[in-house]
Design a protein around this ligand. Sequence first.
Ligand code: G3H
Ligand code: 13P
Ligand code: ZN
Length: 349
Amino acid sequence: MPLVSMRQLLDEAAKGGYGVGAFNVNDMEQIQAIMEAAMETQSPVIIQASRGARAFAQDRYLFHLILAASELYPEIPIAMHQDHGNSFETCKSAIELGFTSVMMDGSLKEDGKTPTSFEENVEVTRKVVEYAHPRGVTVEGEIGVLGGIEDGHGAGGTGLEHVTDPDQAVEFAERTGVDALAIAIGTSHGAYKFTKKPDGSVLKMDLLIEIHNRLPHTHLVMHGSSSVPKELQDIVNEYGGKLKETWGVPVEEIQLGIRNGVRKINVDTDNRLAITGAIRKVLWTQPEKFDPRDYMKPARDAMHKVVAQRMTQFGQAGHAGDYAPIAISEIAKGYADGSLSTQPLIAAK
Ligand code: G3H
Ligand code: 13P
Ligand code: ZN
């Protein structure tokens, strides 16, 4: 199957009432783990690459690895997505490379650290939409700022400092025409999200529900959605790791989100933990091993297991064969003739 539009994937998820995991990749083994899980659970999937991933793997390697996945698994719809684009240029280069979807994270300035003004965010996001839609490419925007820092990207802090204002979310969706809207509800990137199991004082699910009620047809995106399971933390620490005690986003809260308009769920940290735990275990218990396949295979298997579990929990499992892919050129026509709407339905306050 050719790479598909993320808009199509999310529209279908909305019809089916499920969420789609967006999993970060940096290398071949992570792509293989995702595809094995997608095949096992018959799930459509979003494979995403950050700027850091593109720099680490080099654009063309990454693009061709994901293309190889689409050739090897023709029955699985795959959207290839730029995660946290920091500028118009980053998004443009992803589109030129062949990504079918981009995130313009205009919540932060180009340095990826400093929060922008609302007007700056609208302006840069709108510019990306104007470039992407005529090319059939999906755009995700972000309003509000997540906490934490990953690989130098992020505003830092707890995640509660810049939660999304619902009035701004409505105006942002209207003025930018984005296909998907990431909102900040108290989560952070990385392993250290919460110091205890989160309740409503730190994870603002009420805010998410309020935004969904105001924008009932807008595809919402939850970033920083790793659950950071204790079992994965324990494996890392059992074999010489030094993770401090921490809590992520409970899967049941994500499922509540999915019942309230969340269609894309970003997960990276859980897979990083699974991979690291598996590699540590081999190197710690079998120090004589030096063939990378001896630890990369268990690492790939561990990520496969986490991804398959999330696919089932998010509800995307079993939906791979529900629809035929629409060519990206047809998606472009849909934006042009208005059959793919870019104006949100807004409900009264
Ligand atoms: O948004 C954060 C993702 O986990 C990607 O992280 O920028 O370290 O590749 P990264
Ligand atoms: P986690 O760090 O919670 O996995 O979040 C990943 C993410 O939001 C990527 O954009
Ligand atoms: Zn993110």
